[in-house]
Unconditional design. Structure first.
Length: 390
């Protein structure tokens, strides 16, 4: 058995979290031990195969697991429709009897989605949460599991942003990254806010949507799709795999990044936008405040005002965004770009730079590897002592 730590990376995954994890693996390459040398500890992403984690446990390697969020859909007709009888009938009792809702919602979310992450967490020796919000979600299920919080990071591109500040017709250029599979990304509300600012407040805003697929959650009105695809002040770019070419150019030419994402544990799209010099306006929900800090303006949100469960994948019944306050936040940021640009630099210098983040991961992993080595040495010592006694 080798020393140090290794990193398990599965290149077949394609989520934004996987993009960060791939970059993290590259940043850790000089410090990590190859897996074929059987390091004392291994870092896994939550999407790693359970079999690979189980094999590491059988080899008595320490397992650290990077965790993002979990699912917390409240019981609704749309959510219940995803189950077959008799589960649909059982879970529907939570709609009829309020006292049974939370228990049945826990069970429904566990069966639908959460069981895969929970199985991996049970095997893990250490959990690395991506935000305080992610930790808060999981502590009710794993209160005694050793853990650390490490926010995602990226590579900052300050010199590129300084060459891309020319205004186009005086417009305020907003950018956002599309995610149509989950209603809680609230893309439809970003669209409506931009429409409101443009048509009702006569503010010259222009929104570019990166990664647009044309697919919207079922709860989103069809008129939103029409607006996205026909409005003169909205531009879309298709799905992408890297922040290069036209995607990179859009981010460098934009004034700020806008997001209404709700209960998102650590949206890496926000980190990546900030890495291109974009301050952020949006909602202070989930892990977004951990990322943004003072490099933007976030409207405060109480993620648990309505309890643990809420609209997430299937419903659009979110508490409304105060458009007037959001507009003021937008104007405040765009009226003083140098101040927010300086705050961005400080965020990366202190917390978000990829190498800083990688070093934090390495510190945790080295400590975990040392624990395995100490346990192994202690066991060897005890065996030797027993031998001498005999």
């Amino acid at each position: 058995m080798g020393n140090g730590f290794g990193v398990y990376f599965d290149p077949s995954k394609s989520t934004s979290g996987q993009r960060f994890f791939e970059a993290l693996c590259r940043a850790l390459a000089d410090q990590a031990t190859p897996l074929n040398q059987l390091p004392a500890a291994i870092l896994f992403n939550v999407s790693a195969p359970k079999k690979a984690i189980l094999m590491a446990k059988l080899r008595r390697q320490k397992v650290a697991l990077r965790i993002d969020g979990l699912y917390f859909d409240r019981l609704s007709p749309a959510f219940l429709a995803t189950f077959r009888w008799p589960l649909r009938h059982i879970f529907s009792l939570g709609l009829k009897y309020s006292w049974a809702h939370d228990f049945l919602a826990h069970l429904a979310n566990l069966i639908a989605c959460n069981y895969t992450a929970f199985a991996r967490m049970l095997l893990a020796d250490w959990i690395i949460y991506q935000s305080e919000f992610s930790q808060q979600l999981h502590l009710r299920f794993f209160p005694k599991k050793p853990h650390t919080i490490i926010v995602n990071g990226s590579v900052y591109h300050p010199e590129e942003k300084s060459n891309s500040d020319a205004k186009v017709n005086g417009e305020i250029r907003l950018a956002t990254i599309y995610d149509g599979w989950r209603a809680a990304k609230r893309i439809h509300e970003v669209i409506d806010f931009v429409r409101w600012a443009r048509e009702e407040k006569n503010l010259p805003v222009h929104l570019t949507i990166l990664g647009y697929t044309g697919i919207l959650p079922n709860c989103v009105p069809a008129a939103v799709k029409t607006l996205i695809e026909t409005a003169s002040y909205i531009r879309t770019l298709p799905r992408f795999t890297s922040f290069t070419g036209e995607v990179r150019d859009v981010l460098l030419e934009s004034d700020l990044y806008i997001t209404f994402t709700y209960k998102d544990p650590c949206p890496n799209a926000v980190v990546e936008a900030m890495a291109h010099g974009l301050p952020v306006v949006g909602l202070g929900s989930g892990g977004v405040p951990d990322i943004v800090g003072d490099a933007g303006i976030l409207l405060p949100v109480d993620d648990f005002a309505d309890g643990f469960f809420s609209p997430y994948q299937y419903e659009c019944d979110f508490r409304p965004v105060d458009y007037e306050q959001m507009l003021q936040a937008l104007l405040t940021v765009t009226s003083d770009p140098e101040t927010f640009r300086a705050r961005l630099r400080n965020r990366f210098a202190a917390d978000l730079d990829l190498q800083i983040v990688a070093n934090r991961y390495a510190s945790v992993m080295n400590q975990l590897a040392d624990q395995r080595d100490q346990s192994k040495s202690q066991a060897t010592s005890e065996v030797s002592t027993q031998g001498r006694t005999l």
